[in-house]
Design a protein around this ligand. Structure first.
Ligand code: ZN
Ligand code: ZN
Length: 268
């Protein structure tokens, strides 16, 4: 008698149901390998399958920018109003050292927002573009008029290493939601290198000439919304804005998820 037909060898198990539940468990098991079942920011176990391995509390934790005083044009925060003129404009904007016309950011580059941006950029979690894109939308002033969206480009080598340009994913989100074209008109000619450790002046020098317009880019008369993930001194965005204006753009508004809080380093 064949073993498969021996009634004693067949345990009292519903094989069909067992097989079905095994198959159902595969995607979750596979995903659990890729994304551990704990929130990557606070380690709370996630209670449901998600493409974004961050709990709802951490996703909603970033808080909008708050400070006593802001430049009305570039939204740089200040500890007191002395750096601002009667119109509330800072020295950098007064001296035309900004290539862009306006700037706004969702929050400071710290706490949960910094954690989310790090996961997004450095841990390859591109699905975070959607929740982060929603934060970006909240930071867009209602009176900002724009005809097209442009992302701050990465140097091709960095984009190749990371697999995507985080600014580009955020810009896609805004372009789709606001039904305006996303223009791929900027090219980064040189890598920024160790930009993070440089002073304001050194950063400006480091990125001068770093961006070029792609051939046949026609921006005549266009109002551009320039998008990046983080603004530190604004030197990178200024260099991009200068290139966009050389191409005919009439105005450039910068929108970033976060900005580095330099109040305690620059304004002592
Ligand atoms: Zn969490
Ligand atoms: Zn300003």
């Amino acid at each position: 008698m064949a073993a498969s037909s021996c009634a004693a060898c067949i345990p009292s198990v519903n094989w069909t149901r067992t097989a079905a539940s095994s198959i159902r468990s595969i995607p979750h098991a596979l995903f659990s390998v890729i994304f551990p079942a704990d929130c990557r920011l606070c380690a709370t176990p996630l209670d449901r399958w998600t493409r974004v391995p961050v709990c709802q509390t951490c996703l909603t934790a970033p808080e909008p920018l708050e400070a006593e005083h802001f430049c009305t044009l570039c939204r740089t925060p200040f500890t007191n109003q002395h750096p601002l003129d009667a119109n509330g404009v800072c020295a950098a904007c007064r001296g035309n050292r900004r290539g862009f016309d306006h700037a706004s950011s969702f929050g400071f580059y710290s706490g949960p927002l910094r954690g989310l941006i790090h996961l997004f950029k450095y841990a390859g979690m591109s699905p975070l573009a959607t929740p982060l894109g929603h934060l970006l939308e909240r930071a867009l002033p209602v009176d900002t008029a724009f005809d097209a969206v442009v992302a701050v480009p990465l140097h091709w080598r960095k984009k190749w290493q990371r697999g995507f340009n985080q600014a580009d994913l955020l810009a896609r989100h805004i372009a789709r939601r606001r039904q305006v074209p996303l223009l791929n008109v900027l090219r980064r000619r040189k890598s920024a290198g160790v930009q993070a450790s440089l002073s304001v002046a050194a950063r400006r020098l480091n990125v001068s000439g770093a961006f070029a317009l792609r051939p046949s880019s026609d921006l005549k008369g266009k109002r551009i919304l320039l998008i990046d993930d983080v603004m530190t001194t604004g030197a990178t965005a200024s260099a991009c804005a200068a290139a966009l204006k050389r191409g005919g753009a009439t105005s450039v508004s910068l929108l970033t998820l976060a900005r580095v809080d330099r109040r305690w380093t620059d304004q002592q």
